[in-house]
Design a protein around this ligand. Sequence first.
Ligand code: PMT
Length: 395
Amino acid sequence: MLAGRHLVLGVTGGVAAYKAVYLARRLIEEGVEVRAVMTPTAQNFVGEATFAAVTGTQPIIELFGHDDVSPHTSLARWADAVVIAPATASTISKLAAGESSNALIATVLATTAPVFVAPAMHSEMWEHPATRANISRLTDFGYTIVPPQSGSLAGGDEGIGRLADPEDILKMVRSIFDGGDLAGSTVLITAGGTREPIDPVRYIGNRSSGKMGNALATAAHARGAQVILVTAAPPPGNLPGIEVIAVDTAAEMAEATWGRVDIADIAVMAAAVADFRPADVATGKLRRTDGSPELLLEPTPDILRGITKRDNRPYLVGFAAEVGSLDAAVEKARTKGVDLLVGNDISIDGSGFGSDSNQIALIYPDGTTKHHPLLPKRQVADVIWDAVVEQRAST
Ligand code: PMT
């Protein structure tokens, strides 16, 4: 329920600031108590008097000159949620760096409440690698990004970068308090690339960064799930509200995953797990002077298969990283015993290992395949959860 909640509305200096006025009004109609915090440049687009009139309280713009000697910490503690709409590239960059240079950033840094960031900017700015990296960092912090839409932009331009519809922002905020469509579900996710030791120094590994799994975990949490993330690439810092179990090898990942799977309603295997490991791990460092070593490999545990064999297994999503064609992924969807398979062609630019975006196809055991465009991994995660929620509701 939104009614009675306390919400800090951060407004930054973009032309979409006028839509924040409507958002404030809609929140108030829903019974939410709203306090606006404006960046100084936001005043170029909307006056503080407008927010004062709509919210019934004077917006905070400066940290000093108030009766309250510490308005940012007071607001941070008061808030049940913080929504930044619109969020400019500049504010996103400052948030990513933790650069507390105005009252809004200080409030966000000081709060433990859920934070929603609704970016709005020109397409080129949204697609710039610096913005992509900053957005990815914000998702690592556990912030929910309300993705911008395509449409007309300032100055008569067209493209992606338009502020999300205020009604959609409202819906996302509501889902936090209403529980979300994964509320009551425990979700187990594997992520990252396992490392199989050769000697105390070297390992056999792969290029998985864990970003896809992190995005799935953050999205599931935002949709109300209890989340357990078993990862060989633990994210820097905490993922608030998510239980992170760090592992190195396929065997460790198998043990942690199988140890938790009985409490999971949904399991998503996004990890790139080594299929083979050295049969004997050298106890000392292998030396060039001893000549080329011969490595005998043995299979690792098949984690996904270990789940399909269980009675009462959770709803199961597998991944398949393929190169050039998803034909093999369609075959895996038919034969692996999963409910849904996410195929990604890692040879597509910006897709698969290490990137902030991914291009996936959702493949069902009957071979039905739904292709999706290249999207930020956080959006891909929502596409996957939408499909999981829909399929579970229909069975
Ligand atoms: O981490 P990122 O950099 O964000 O990259 C994301 C990703 C490309 C790693 C991810 O999107 C992805 O495709 N993950 C699966 C990669 C993979 O190894 O696919 P596979 O076809 O080899 O394995 C099929 C399925 O079996 C996967 O769900 C895998 O987790 C699982 N598996 C594989 C081997 C094994 N021993 N145990 C398993 O459970």
